[in-house]
Design a protein around this ligand. Structure first.
Ligand SMILES: [Zn+2]
Length: 99
């Protein structure tokens, strides 16, 4: 399987979309077919962009835990009890760092 075929397989894009994406990515200098191919060859795992744990989520580059927290935290903090719980956890971590 060549680079283009691998990329299309991994991203489930059509060939036209693949070409458009490739041109757009070159312009923006972000994800390239080569980068995605390298990740597939490395076992389809990447480092989570928040905590650094290995994740198979190539698109978001977030592990399950970081995805869940980042997707739900703002809504959680809208409740007073949620905010107090989060504050208590943060305080606990801050005090741990002081010991
Ligand atoms: Zn993570």
């Amino acid at each position: 399987m060549g680079k283009a075929e691998l990329y299309i397989f991994a991203t489930r894009e059509s060939k036209d979309q693949f070409i458009k994406t490739r041109i757009e990515n070159r312009r923006k200098n972000v994800e390239t077919a080569g980068t995605i191919q390298r990740r597939i060859e490395e076992g389809g795992m990447v480092d989570c962009k928040i905590c650094g744990e290995k994740t198979s989520m190539l698109g978001t580059r977030l592990c399950h835990n970081c995805w869940e927290v980042s997707a739900r935290l703002r809504k959680f903090l809208q409740s007073k009890a949620g905010m107090e719980m989060a504050q208590a956890i943060i305080d606990e971590f801050v005090h741990k760092g002081e010991k």
